[in-house]
Ligand binder design. Sequence first.
Ligand code: HEC
Ligand code: HEC
Length: 385
Amino acid sequence: MRLPPPGALALLSGLAFMAACAATMKVGAPIEGLERDQRDQFDRGRKGFERVFTPRTGLGPLFNETSCAGCHEDPVSGGSGEESELHVAAYSRGGVCDPLIEKGGPVIQHKVTPELKAALGIDSEPVPAGATAKGTRTSPALFGLGLLDAVPDEEILALADPDDADGDGISGRPNRNYDGRLGRFGRKALVPTLDEFIAGAYVAEQGITNPSVPDEETIGGKPVPEGVDLVPDPEIDRKALEDTIDFVRFLAPPPSQELTGAAKHGRKIFSQIRCDRCHVPVLKTGEHAVEGLSNREVAAYTDLLLHDMGPELSDICLGLASPSEFRTQPLMGLRLSHRFLHDGRAKTIEEAVRMHGGEASAARDRFNALPPDGRNALLEFLKSL
Ligand code: HEC
Ligand code: HEC
């Protein structure tokens, strides 16, 4: 027997190693290809993500939960959560959207510290008087978002068809932040980057000021009363902020599963009835300083664009998004979710599809018209994601 040359052996054992990694990779694991110090940062970041704050360490005075993991925890840190929260905005007939930032919007905090309660006698932030709509938001899973953060703007813009030039009834347009940059995070795709979303989440959800967002939330537009806030701002330093951001950035998408025959058939139906016009199966990241995020394909099933989903799903406006426009929700990790659509009104995947309206009405009708075995195959595919 002739031994293979040493190089080939190394390659073979490398492949075997990668196969073993894929088989054992768990939900909540970091992306592959991280360097040692990046891996350490991921581990430190997880601790920051799970860190429970108290008023003595900066919590509040208004807040929704005491840690990121308080809402993003199922089945592991970085997952979804049972918590829902309230967002508000004012939409005027001319199509102008006011997120009511000066009056405490768009995120309303449901809880207050004992110190704030003692000072003002309130149990939660009041809803601003000028709000024209309220929207409930469930806490989504964060797996794979670092890859979505690394998709170049041009790739997303190339999918947009704001005037429906191809006449398929599906337009898709980008949201833009207040300074004109392309948005992609949040159900209405207002926030351009993961960094900004997370720095904002620290303040909006936990009342934790940080070097990127150094000011406390106002109390319905009024400043925090004297003596209520026990910790000088910023309440965490840049290192702590960056660790948490990198924990989320490096979270891998849930590992893909082997498809059954029916699920493979369902995948074909998914594109035949054109679910894939919005839930674009694969996006590709651009060059990135982190090897594991550079030039990777991510099977996220989204175009990160806004689509009009019809009057039934409509709630608040945000940036350029009208009340009925939502970002195509990524379907990666769908198998881990227990409730669906932005406010969790759908208890099953099937219900969620049947509730699609607006630009998605034709795809929904094609779904409804499928013979039972075709519908079951499609659902089996969706449950494998
Ligand atoms: C009170 C519950 C709660 C807490 C605490 C919380 N989040 Fe969230 N998170 C949410 C909700 C609700 C949304 C959806 C917001 C939306 O759709 O506009 C969200 C969305 C996100 C997103 C965007 C997801 C997407 O698909 O675009 C990221 C990233 C995120 N959270 C990270 C964090 C981090 C990091 C922390 C801690 C600093 C945190 N969250 C704390 C409830 C929470
Ligand atoms: C016009 C674009 C569009 C088309 C076509 C479309 N969807 Fe969606 N889909 C969306 C948007 C936008 C959302 C988020 C809506 C919300 O949160 O209220 C969504 C949400 C979902 C969800 C819920 C995900 C979650 O985690 O809450 C599922 C499941 C889904 N779509 C499956 C499908 C299937 C299957 C088809 C084909 C029959 C389809 N979609 C066609 C835009 C589309």
